[in-house]
Ligand binder design. Structure first.
Ligand SMILES: [Zn+2]
Ligand SMILES: [Zn+2]
Length: 147
């Protein structure tokens, strides 16, 4: 563990004031992520069209467990004339999930988390084409067991 004891303060995306899965009013956000598709992709299934997913403490654990297996990378540099998703595409050549080659059709995932156990408070991931579908299906299934 790092010796950095004071949590980094990050602004959670605030487009959703309710949990994206169970729609409960959020007094406490456990996990928020923002998806940034590159030019040739769209937001994965299971994530609202605006790309933001915010989960309450009841809905978050399964997603946290999955994301915990991903390999994060540094925050990408985003050039002024490119989309954030394309910035992620240029940032890394391997998928955070399967470690395979990403190609062009990536989705960048920016994660914000209340500081506590396994995941960092803030992290960046990039998913390849195939893993976006897997992740989307996973989210849809988790959501289906909650609703
Ligand atoms: Zn919820
Ligand atoms: Zn992959």
């Amino acid at each position: 563990m790092s010796s950095q004891s004071r949590p980094r303060t990050q602004l959670l995306p605030t487009t959703d004031l309710s949990c994206s899965f169970c729609a409960c009013g959020l007094t406490e956000k456990l996990l928020a992520l923002q998806a940034y598709p590159s030019t040739s992709r769209t937001v994965p299934e299971g994530i609202p069209d605006h790309g933001g997913l915010t989960l309450c403490p009841e809905c978050a654990p399964e997603v946290v467990e999955l994301v915990d297996t991903w390999e994060g990378h540094d925050h990408p540099d985003i050039a002024a004339d490119q989309s954030i998703g394309d910035g992620y595409r240029n940032m890394t050549e391997s998928c955070s999930f399967c470690a395979g080659a990403c190609g062009d059709a990536v989705v960048g995932i920016e994660l914000y988390r209340r500081v506590s156990d396994q995941l960092p408070a803030y992290a960046n991931y990039t998913l390849c084409d195939g893993c976006q579908d897997v992740f989307g299906e996973f989210l849809t299934n988790v959501r289906a067991t909650i609703e």
